[in-house]
Design a protein around this ligand. Structure first.
Ligand SMILES: *Cc1c(COP(=O)(O)O)cnc(C)c1O
Length: 380
């Protein structure tokens, strides 16, 4: 219809024009939206346990705060996110200059890559680590050093092998990405191991500890690395409002770091990357301790419910401290995923994480978990 689709490919080889790092990229595959599934299969009441979203709806305080600012949305948000930054700084006991706001924490991860990586540099992350790291790294043209995960002999299978990661540090390394806990595996690193790893890094290597699921973790040996910022100036900790705080659709996350590092991140940050509604809702969400506590405790019950159900189906899983769990279907999970879709249940296949037999299932409400388990029993 339009002239550009009629041009011959040779005249328009956009791939060749793209930055070298972008040419080999595959776009991030999000979980399938409920509306899309219902449209495709002509079904209703589908459930989505595919994107580690909070199943209980947002905090009423956040909703009220969002509604209150909607009439003012003709104005730009505050570019500095002043009030949210001040509130976060108080909560974490740091100066506001340590905080960098992001359009989701993915945005902050991307800022780190853009600030510290070039085609002459390298970044390190683990096999099975969160899919945004490779995307952000490769887009800069930097080389990725992927450390093999534990095979189960020296640490929990599929978990980050910090020794293997340390072995890959060289003069060109600028960034190490660590997800704690990791998605899609759900595994976590304990205080001693992570602290020793960071202490042993040379000063020219930034370490990003991605704590997207921090609020869910109840393990006594799980570290709050924001407490280490004074000691490790090369440490960047990322947090998000997308998971336990239930605001995934608004896109708010942030980094805590040395003020000089935050200053660099702010140089490449787009001025209004966190929108007006998101800033207001996030601020209010921080006041709703009851919502957070209830989300965390209901998640623990829901995880138990899923694991009991997996046991009854003779399935094994990777131990998880998050709001999701990777279950081994014992066969190619692609077919199980497709069969579950026909039952109106959306989960996440993770073959793109080199885990072709696993499905990542988000902990839902009691009812959603029951439906998912029933459907899983049926299709297996
Ligand atoms: C969900 C998730 C994030 C958060 O992404 P947002 O951009 O904040 O929504 C970050 N890291 C990991 C490992 C995640 O699973």
């Amino acid at each position: 219809m339009h002239f550009w689709i009629m041009k011959s490919p040779s005249e328009n080889n956009f791939l060749e024009l793209a930055a070298p790092g972008v040419r080999a990229l595959q776009p991030y595959q999000p979980g399938k939206p409920v509306e899309e599934l219902e449209r495709e299969f002509g079904i209703r009441d589908a459930i989505k346990l595919a994107s580690n979203e909070n199943p209980f709806g947002p905090s009423p305080l956040a909703v009220a705060a969002a509604n209150a600012v909607i009439p003012t949305m003709t104005r730009y948000p505050e570019g500095s996110g002043h009030r949210l930054v001040a509130r976060l700084a108080r909560r974490h006991g740091v100066v506001p200059e340590c905080i960098t706001l992001g359009n989701g924490s993915n945005d902050v991860l991307d800022l780190v890559a853009r600030v510290f990586l070039t085609p002459a540099h390298e970044a390190i992350y683990s096999q099975h680590a969160f899919a945004v790291y490779p995307i952000s790294v490769q887009a800069t043209g930097a080389r990725a050093q992927v450390a093999p995960a534990h095979d189960g002999s020296r640490g929990p299978a599929y978990g980050h092998d910090l020794e293997a990661m340390h072995d890959r540090v060289g003069p060109d390394t600028r960034v190490v990405f660590i997800a704690n806990p990791n998605n899609p595996t759900g595994g976590w690193l304990a205080t001693d191991a992570l602290e020793n790893f960071i202490a042993a890094l040379p000063a020219h290597v930034m370490v990003v500890v991605d704590e997207a699921y921090f609020e869910y973790v109840g393990e006594p040996a799980y570290p709050d690395t924001t407490q280490w910022l004074d000691r490790f100036p090369n440490l960047i900790v990322t947090r998000t409002f997308s998971k336990a705080y239930g605001l995934a659709g608004l896109r708010v996350g942030y980094a805590l770091s040395h003020p000089d590092v935050a200053g660099l991140l702010n140089r490449v940050r787009q001025p209004f990357n966190v929108n007006l509604v998101a800033q207001a809702a996030a601020l209010a969400a921080l006041d709703d301790d009851a919502y957070l506590a209830s989300s965390v405790s209901r998640n623990r019950e829901g995880l138990r419910q899923l694991l009991d159900g997996f046991s009854a189906l003779d399935l094994t899983w990777i131990d998880s401290v998050g709001n999701f769990v990777a279950v081994d279907t014992g066969r190619s999970a692609a077919e199980v995923y497709a069969a579950l879709l026909r039952e109106g249940v959306i989960v996440r296949p993770i073959a793109n994480y080199a885990m072709p037999n696993h499905l990542r299932i988000t902990v839902g409400s009691n009812e959603e978990n029951a439906r998912c388990l029933a459907a899983l029993g049926k299709v297996l």
